[in-house]
Design a binder for this molecule. Structure first.
Ligand SMILES: [Ca+2]
Ligand SMILES: [Ca+2]
Length: 363
């Protein structure tokens, strides 16, 4: 099949294995007596300067609606700066006490988001998290929690998934580094994927390096399980910008996910965000139409009776919809309601034993 590689670039992250470098780091919502010193703390790499594009919303788990926000980080207070990160916080007068309730954060420049909840999970029904299901952080507060307490991230690393949630009793660190948290500086300032012939060229740069031995380039078919496909030597220690590139001559015929593992001379390592390459077939008769009722209608031709898989991906490569369907000889059509997903560009894929047809669809 003649294929054109359309490469889509993301820095997107969710809890399904992506790197998330802007995240909720600590918060407090419930304590003995009247709730007091309720706050949300967010950590942001110092390289990120457009903080107006980072927005926080509070969600009510009873009906999935947003009850506060979206609040831009511009209206948060900058506390400490340490280890290459800013600690921003905001005092709230009433963060709901569950159960469950949630906090949503999104960085609009890249599309990265994180949807956390406490005392259970739920699906958002309005606002920026519409249609997304929260992830329970696994710890909670109650009416007997001490004043000045918090829920906070603990551990070593530079991205959300490096840390675990813990409970503090009367010892919050609002606006400052958390107890038991070693936040490492991030040196990779950009990382993108581009098509070049039949391959995918990865390009990245670093703003500074310290004891950087090498980069391991890793590729994945599912965005979760990665294998190394090559290595590039690092600059050691450098205070200037360095540029790197690597060519993947044999990307997957479906989606390819890439990430960088940066390894220090002493063996310490950290991961970049993930970029995605999606090949789009040019030889397809698959067509998509949508109408005002949010119904998506697909039309295509088939030469026989086959079982197919229908996938709809968002631009980060996440599967938004998956369903087995059947086709019959001649003209086929299939309709589905897509009212639950937000407007934007999506990839529709029909997959049968003989191959894949993929098209772009703008909702
Ligand atoms: Ca509260
Ligand atoms: Ca803190």
């Amino acid at each position: 099949m003649n294929k054109l590689l359309l490469v889509l670039i993301f820095y997107l992250i969710s809890l399904s294995g992506y790197a998330q470098t802007i995240f909720i780091n600590e918060f407090h919502y419930d304590n003995t007596g009247s709730d007091t010193i309720e706050f949300v703390e967010v950590v942001v790499p110092v390289a990120v300067t457009d903080i107006a594009n980072i927005k926080v919303s509070l969600y009510n788990g009873n009906d999935g609606t947003k009850y506060a926000g979206e609040t831009s980080l511009s209206s948060f207070t900058l506390g400490s700066t340490a280890n290459g990160h800013h600690y921003y916080y905001k005092d709230y007068s009433s963060i709901q006490n569950g159960s469950p309730d949630g906090i949503f954060i999104k960085y609009y420049t890249t599309g990265d988001y994180l949807f956390l909840s406490y005392e259970g999970i739920f699906t958002a029904t309005n606002g920026p998290a519409t249609g997304l299901t929260s992830t329970d952080i696994g710890v909670a507060e109650s009416g007997s929690t001490q004043v000045n307490s918090s829920l906070y991230l603990s551990g070593n690393g530079s991205q959300y998934t490096d840390f675990t949630w813990a409970v503090s009793s009367g010892t919050n660190t609002k606006g400052a580094a958390n107890n038991g948290q070693n936040l490492l500086p991030i040196t990779i300032s950009s990382f993108i994927a581009k098509t070049l012939g039949d391959g995918v060229q990865l390009q990245w740069s670093t703003s500074s390096e310290e004891n950087n031995d090498y980069f391991s380039i890793e590729r994945s078919q599912d965005g979760v399980h990665f294998d190394e496909i090559g290595q590039i030597n690092g600059a050691g220690s450098s205070k200037t910008v360095n540029h790197y590139q690597f060519m993947d001559k044999l990307p997957f015929s479906s989606i390819s996910y890439y990430r960088l593992k940066q390894v220090d001379l002493n063996g310490d390592f950290s991961y970049s965000h993930i970029v995605v390459s999606i090949p789009i077939s040019t030889a397809t008769d698959l067509k998509a139409f949508s109408n005002a009722a949010h119904e998506l209608e697909l039309h295509w031709q088939a030469s026989g009776q086959n079982k197919l898989q229908l996938y709809i991906y968002d631009l980060s490569g996440r599967i938004m919809y998956k369903r087995p369907i059947e086709e019959h000889p001649g003209e086929n059509s299939y309709s589905l309601f897509m009212s639950g997903i937000s407007s934007g560009l999506y990839i529709i894929q029909l997959e049968d034993p003989a191959g894949k047809q993929m098209i772009k669809w703008l909702k």
